[in-house]
Each structure stands twice: as structure tokens, then as C-alpha cells.
Design a protein around this ligand. Structure first.
Ligand SMILES: N[C@@H](CCC(=O)O)C(=O)O
Length: 397
């Protein structure tokens, strides 16, 4: 979109402002709901998948700015939601399309956000904003269509809590236990290889803010997936006699999810296959004696390189989908029960772990993609294999 068109849009549309905690103010125009949203401003560099990002529970409490220059082109499709509603506090875009071109779309992005009371601001140079966040670090910010005085909005931004120390997993979690069944899962999504069938395998998935595509990928192997709230006790989880336990992604600071960490510790004793993704990976790492820290600006995008450290993997690099602001400290595992299996090649942070003796492993990235590349999808197969082997061994004993 040309600058002239941008200026014209800004003249005809409702004004909105974005203020960062360092006092910088950006002016743009509103889309979605009117109002004010305050949260941690983080950038996502993916060129596709705005709908999956907006509905990903791991983004709770955050205002997401997209470097993708235009959002809304493919509208909103209910089957593509990663949860039942938008989870982000607010959306920052360079440009917004109000007339989607996609036969599957049921609603435009602005209408969807309006219906769910999510404030958006467009007309922002999101690439310049991203460069700023990269050099100064992710910080709180606010977008508003009603407080157009930058100083007044800045006061609200300054009063907002930092992401560090926030336990958001409980509020993102389910409040009831349910069995995942995806009536919309197409036939071709089921894995055909009979030796790998997950039929007769039961997985208990601890929901810290789970993305639907993870549950879909587990179900695609034929596993029975029982989803339980974040505060479910190890005893209750084990009462389902699961063949494997899955720890999901989720929002907030992993170190603050103390109950989840205690549960994971107790589950380690059960000697069952366990698999963790993102927050679930961090919680598993913390339960095995590791530490976490806050990254300067996080990893959120679809092209993060994770290198497999295993000898037999030949240092293969997986291009991965990521969304996290915290990470495990590599050194904290030197004396622990776990070892590092993957590292992020961009900054050498921990991207994967595995228990030295038990069938327990986890990754900081999102093998279910949605959006993103499928390089790491083999991890679901690995989990199903681990559960199958474990079950066969129990039968053989
Ligand atoms: N909330 C955690 C994990 C994110 C996730 O599970 O997607 C972080 O920002 O590091």
C-alpha cells in the first residue's frame, strides 16, 4: 500500500494510537473493537497464519505486531482456530484487508475481532516497530481508540505488570476434563501405518493453554486423548492409567506455574512416556532441575532453526514454528537427569531436552506447526512409538 493511500485511510478511519513503555507513540487507525488494550508487545515474523496466532492461547496477555505487511486476506475460518476465540489482547498491523478472498472464510478479520472485543491498530510500520523491539527488548505497550493522549495512555502502560512472574496457564486452561474428539478431522489425516497405530493408547494431555492442532496430531494416530485442567494432580492423572502424558504449550512465565512443576515432578516417578511442547517443555525442564530466564524479545515466527544434537541425527536442522518469551538455561542441566537434544541456532538457546534414562522428551518449538513448517512433525510419531514400546514391555514382563 502506498503512503498516500495510507494517509488517506488514516484520514477517513477512526484514529488509534500505540504507546510503548519507553514513551514512543505511533499513530494509526482502528480496526476490530474500539477501546484500550494494554499488554506485552511482541512481534511475530510469520508470513502466514495470523488467525492461528490470534487464537493461540500462548499469546494471552500480549499485543502481537505482525511483520507480515497485510493481515485479513484469507478472512477467518472456524476450522482454523487454535482455540475457541481470539486470545491476544490486541493486534498491530501494517495494513488490514476488510474483504477477504477465500472460499472457506466465514468472517472478515476486523469483524471477528470486533465480535470478540479485541482492539486492533493498523497503519503502523510494523517492521520498524519490530526492529525497535529487537534492539530494546519486548516491553509493555498499549493501543487505544479512546485515549488518544499519549501521556495518559503511557501512565496506564506503566501501571501494567510485567510478563515475568505471571502464571497465566490456569486461566488459559480448560475448567473441565474432556475427551478430545475432532469430528472435523478428515479421513486422510489419520496415519495409516499399522505398526504405528496409536489405537488402544491413552494419552492424558495437561492443558496449560493447549493448541487444538496438538490434540489433532495426537488423535490422528488413533490415540484416545483425555484433556485435563492445568491444576490436575498427578494422582488424578495416573488414575486414567495413561500410556503417555503430554504437557501442553501455554502463556505466561513458566517458573510461576509452581503447581504444574510439582505435578510434573511427581509424574516423573511414574516412569511413563512424557512429551512436552513449549510451556510443557519448560515445565518438564524445571521439574528436572533446570532454570528458566526471559529472552530479550522472544522467538515468534515460522523459520526458527533448531539443530538436532543426536549423533544419529547427523546434526540435522529443523526449521520450526515458535512462540515463546522464556527459555531454559542450558547450564542448569549440567548435573541434571536430562540432557540437551536440540539447540536454537539463532542464539544457541535450549530447544529440546530428553531424560537420560526415561522415555521423556520435550521441545521448545511447535511440531504441530499451525502455522508453520512440518519438519518437526516426527516428534508425534516418536511419542507414539515410545508409548507403544513401553506398553509392549509392560505386557512382556
Ligand atoms: N509462555 C511461555 C511458553 C509459550 C508456549 O507454550 O507457546 C513462553 O513465553 O516462553
Amino acid at each position: 500500500m502506498s503512503n498516500a493511500r495510507l494517509l488517506e485511510d488514516m484520514a477517513t478511519k477512526q484514529a488509534a494510537i500505540l504507546v510503548l513503555a519507553d514513551g514512543t507513540c505511533y499513530r494509526g487507525y482502528a480496526f476490530g473493537a474500539s477501546g484500550t488494550a494494554i499488554g506485552e508487545v511482541v512481534f511475530n515474523t510469520g508470513m502466514t497464519g495470523y488467525q492461528e496466532v490470534i487464537t493461540d492461547p500462548s499469546y494471552r496477555g500480549q499485543i502481537v505486531t505482525f511483520t507480515c505487511p497485510e493481515l485479513g486476506n484469507t478472512g477467518v475460518t472456524p476450522e482454523d482456530e487454535e482455540s475457541d476465540r481470539p486470545q491476544v489482547r490486541g493486534v498491530i498491523a501494517r495494513n488490514i484487508t476488510t474483504l477477504p478472498s477465500n472460499w472457506r472464510s466465514r468472517q472478515s478479520l476486523p469483524d471477528y475481532l470486533k465480535a470478540h472485543n479485541v482492539v486492533g491498530i493498523a497503519g503502523i510500520d510494523t517492521r520498524a516497530l519490530t526492529r525497535k523491539l529487537r534492539s530494546l527488548g519486548a516491553m509493555n505497550g498499549g493501543i487505544s481508540t479512546e485515549i488518544l493522549d499519549p501521556e495518559a495512555l503511557l501512565a496506564k502502560v506503566k501501571a501494567a505488570p510485567s510478563m515475568q512472574g505471571q502464571n497465566l496457564a490456569q486461566e488459559a486452561s480448560t475448567d473441565r476434563i474432556y475427551e478430545w474428539s475432532d469430528k472435523t478431522l478428515p479421513e486422510w489425516e489419520f496415519v495409516e501405518a499399522s505398526h504405528l497405530t496409536g489405537a488402544s493408547l491413552t494419552v492424558v494431555a495437561i492443558d496449560f493453554g493447549v493448541k487444538r492442532n496438538i490434540l489433532r496430531r495426537l488423535a490422528s494416530y488413533g490415540c484416545r486423548v483425555i484433556v485435563v485442567p492445568a491444576d490436575t494432580s498427578a494422582e488424578k492423572i495416573l488414575s486414567y492409567n495413561p500410556d503417555g502424558i503430554f504437557l501442553s504449550n501455554g502463556p505466561g512465565d513458566p517458573a510461576a506455574v509452581t503447581q504444574g512443576i510439582e505435578t510434573a515432578k511427581a509424574l516423573l516417578e511414574a516412569n511413563k512416556p512424557m512429551f512436552g511442547i513449549c510451556l510443557g517443555h519448560q515445565i518438564l525442564g524445571l521439574s528436572m532441575g533446570g532454570d528458566t530466564f526471559k529472552l530479550k524479545f522472544g522467538h515468534r515466527g515460522l523459520n526458527q532453526p533448531a539443530q538436532n544434537q543426536a549423533e544419529n541425527a547427523d546434526r540435522r536442522v529443523e526449521i520450526t514454528s515458535q512462540n515463546h518469551g522464556f527459555a531454559l538455561t542450558g547450564e542448569s542441566f549440567e548435573q541434571s537427569a536430562a540432557m540437551l537434544t536440540h539447540i536454537n541456532l539463532n542464539d544457541k538457546t535450549v530447544a529440546g531436552l530428553e531424560h537420560k534414562t526415561l522415555p521423556i522428551f520435550s521441545v521448545q518449538y511447535h511440531p504441530e506447526a499451525s502455522p508453520g513448517p512440518h519438519d518437526a512433525d516426527y516428534l508425534f510419531e516418536r511419542f507414539v512409538k515410545a508409548m507403544r514400546e513401553h506398553k509392549n514391555n509392560l505386557v512382556a514382563v
